[in-house]
Write a protein that binds this ligand. Structure first.
Ligand SMILES: NC(=O)c1ccc[n+]([C@@H]2O[C@H](COP(=O)([O-])OP(=O)(O)OC[C@H]3O[C@@H](n4cnc5c(N)ncnc54)[C@H](O)[C@@H]3O)[C@@H](O)[C@H]2O)c1
Length: 265
């Protein structure tokens, strides 16, 4: 049930990876809360679907979060269309399919490292770089999508875990450097029912679990015994993007079923 409305009234957000999964749920809720949204995503098909579902409050641009110029184009489009930028949500990401380190050849490590770290880490860095001049004008906010894998082992394999730990470090350092102008926070997701893509060079080794198997495996790993849907996380993004969290920077909201209180057993 939606319990607050209008928390983002009059605000403009750029959301990377907003054409599916968690990103799309954030788009939906941000619009509900009164925001205008510009989505940067690499998938033409998903963007076409998104465009058909929303009116003037959502615009989109096809681009690659790994490139500064595509991030810059998204920011420019948002400002040209809506007049300003208040919030950047960094969310575009890919996964390593839980590939174990011992099973990775050096060649696959080289290829998959570039694929995963470029999107998950460089994409976040360049997203902030592109948005910074506009965010500074409005005392804006940045919200990182991070993960249980930003804190604990076995939320992925070594490459995904390294990338999500790196995102956490970026978030903290940016919160330090960009204060007092910009607040920077993150939402750490637990296992969520999306079709998070696997890095191209790891796909030959990856067999996607069925949705039912995934629900069981996610539920078995957290104290609340739940699998998460994208919608379960979006209120945390609204809070961190809104003026209701004016005193919060450099923090993570863990939206993961309680991974931090699993205990020793
Ligand atoms: N699903 C989970 O269990 C889970 C858990 C923890 C964290 N996360 C994180 O949540 C975020 C969103 O993932 P999701 O689960 O919603 O998956 P998803 O695949 O549905 O969403 C990711 C989106 O990013 C886009 N994208 C991928 N590469 C891109 C690029 N180079 N440039 C621009 N867009 C690109 C995809 O097209 C897609 O729309 C990711 O950062 C992921 O690491 C997911």
């Amino acid at each position: 049930m939606v319990i607050f409305v209008g928390w983002l009234e009059g605000k403009t957000a750029v959301i990377t990876g907003g054409a599916s999964g968690v990103g799309k749920a954030i788009v939906h809720r941000f619009v509900h809360e009164g925001a205008n949204v510009c989505v940067l995503d690499i998938s033409k098909e998903k963007l076409q679907l998104l465009d058909s579902e929303y009116g003037k409050k959502v615009i989109s641009i096809r681009g690659d979060a790994r490139n500064f110029k595509d991030n810059r184009a998204a920011v420019s489009l948002a400002v040209e269309t809506f007049g300003k930028l208040d919030t950047l949500v960094l969310n575009a990401g890919i996964f390593d399919g839980f590939k174990k380190f011992a099973d990775l050849s050096p060649e696959v490590i080289e290829a998959a490292y570039n694929e995963i770290l470029d999107i998950n880490v460089k994409g976040y860095l360049l997203g902030v770089k592109a948005a910074l001049p506009e965010l500074i004008k409005n005392n804006g906010t940045i919200v990182f999508t991070v993960s249980g894998a930003s804190f604990y082992p076995d939320g992925g394999g070594v490459l995904y875990t390294a990338s999500k730990h790196a995102e956490l470090g970026l978030m903290r350092q940016m919160a330090f450097e960009l204060a007092p102008d910009i607040r920077v926070n993150g939402v750490a997701l637990g296992g969520t029912m999306t079709e998070l893509g696997v890095a191209p060079s790891l796909r030959p080794y990856y067999t996607a679990p069925t949705a039912d198997d995934r629900k069981i495996s996610i539920s078995n790993r957290n104290p609340l015994k739940m699998f998460m849907e994208p919608e379960d996380h979006v209120a945390s993004y609204v809070l961190l993007a809104s003026d209701q969290s004016k005193a919060i920077t450099g923090e993570i909201i863990s939206s993961d079923g309680g991974l931090g209180v699993r205990g020793l057993s």
